[in-house]
Write a protein that binds this ligand. Structure first.
Ligand code: SIN
Length: 329
């Protein structure tokens, strides 16, 4: 007899694990639920797979720190190293979900499915989305179709590659998307429909080793705008951060003080990356980057560029090598 797949669910908190005072309160709520309670009793999941629950964290995702990320990656890797575990689901707050997803996609060595899932409405809400999202995540993690696709993110019946997914809406259940690259597929009625595989992401994309790494280098994000000041750059230089990502305008264009601040930061030995506050598209290379010591972020939004820069800085501080990571990931 064929044994059922075994999936581990790691709970980290977020709206999916939150409740509000009543069913129509959709914004003021708090994390109250443990991960083992989120799916409920009546899903029938036990007919499809064996599910185990772990609770490494139970916080709002805005509270997640670099050291929590390192611990979570170690825990997921340890679970996936168990030959009896077929895949992992991570429940997560949606606010920084894409950061954790991208971090794990760059660091996990296993090709077993890893699916990150959240919800836009607390579990107490009318028409809460968390239970179905979690059910779909479990179906996806147990599917052979999800193997080798890298870390996946699912909400609202769709799933996306961690590399490209981003949160685009503050409240709606279809908050997540990847407008330039599209979804990889959908989960409907307990079936996985795979439309495309993320070409070049796996196994070609680098994975960074976290072995022996006690902490990640500090990287700040600075938002550029009309009439921007120099003081944010001075603060980052004074704080001796290892890197700065600037959320620049348009195709990575920099205000006069962003140019001046980045020049001072580069002189102080800080790795500086031009990303964009525009949510879609890629930052193209500029002929000024090399001379100015700057790196173009490509299609990495500022929060993803920060994740990649932290990891790349564990390997190199050299501009061309950093640019290579941004071109290749
Ligand atoms: C959070 O990110 O922890 C809160 C918001 C959410 O999960 O939607």
């Amino acid at each position: 007899m064929k044994t059922l797949p075994r999936i581990v669910v790691l709970g980290t908190g977020g709206t999916i694990a939150s409740t509000a005072s009543d069913a129509t309160t959709l914004s003021d709520y708090a994390v109250t639920q443990s991960v083992s309670a989120l799916l409920g009793e009546d899903s029938g999941i036990e007919r499809l797979m064996r599910v185990e629950y772990r609770q490494p964290l139970n916080v709002d995702s805005r509270e997640i720190t670099n050291s929590m990320l390192l611990a979570l990656a170690a825990e997921v890797e340890a679970q996936l190293a168990d030959p009896d575990i077929d895949g992992a689901v991570i429940t997560h707050g949606t606010d920084t979900l894409e950061e954790t997803a991208y971090f794990l996609s760059l660091t996990l060595q296993s090709s077993k499915p890893v699916v990150i899932v959240g919800a836009m409405r607390p579990s107490s809400a009318i028409s809460a989305d968390g239970r179905l999202n979690l059910y779909n995540a479990l179906v996806l993690a147990a599917s052979p179709k999800a193997r080798g696709l890298g870390v996946l993110v699912t909400l609202n019946d769709q799933f996306f590659a961690a590399r490209f997914v981003s949160k685009f809406h503050t409240t709606r259940v279809d908050a997540f998307g990847a407008p330039d690259q599209g979804s990889l597929g959908s989960v409907r009625d307990g079936q996985v429909h795979l439309y495309q595989v993320p070409v070049g992401l796996h196994p070609d994309a680098p994975t960074f080793s976290l072995a022996g790494l006690a902490r990640l280098p500090d990287v700040d994000i600075i938002y550029d705008h009309q009439s921007a000041g120099l003081h944010h750059y001075r603060a980052s230089i004074d704080a001796q951060v290892a890197g700065i990502v600037v959320a620049a305008c348009g195709n990575g264009s920099l205000s006069p003080n962003a140019q001046a601040g980045l020049a001072q930061a580069v002189k102080a030995g800080i790795a500086c990356v031009r990303s964009s506050r525009v949510p879609t598209g890629a930052i193209t290379h500029s002929r000024f980057d090399e001379a100015g010591g700057l790196v173009a972020a490509g299609a990495h939004n500022p929060q993803k560029a920060r994740i990649l820069l932290m990891l790349a800085l564990t390997v190199t501080r050299e501009r061309d090598a950093l640019q290579h990571y941004f071109d290749g990931c």
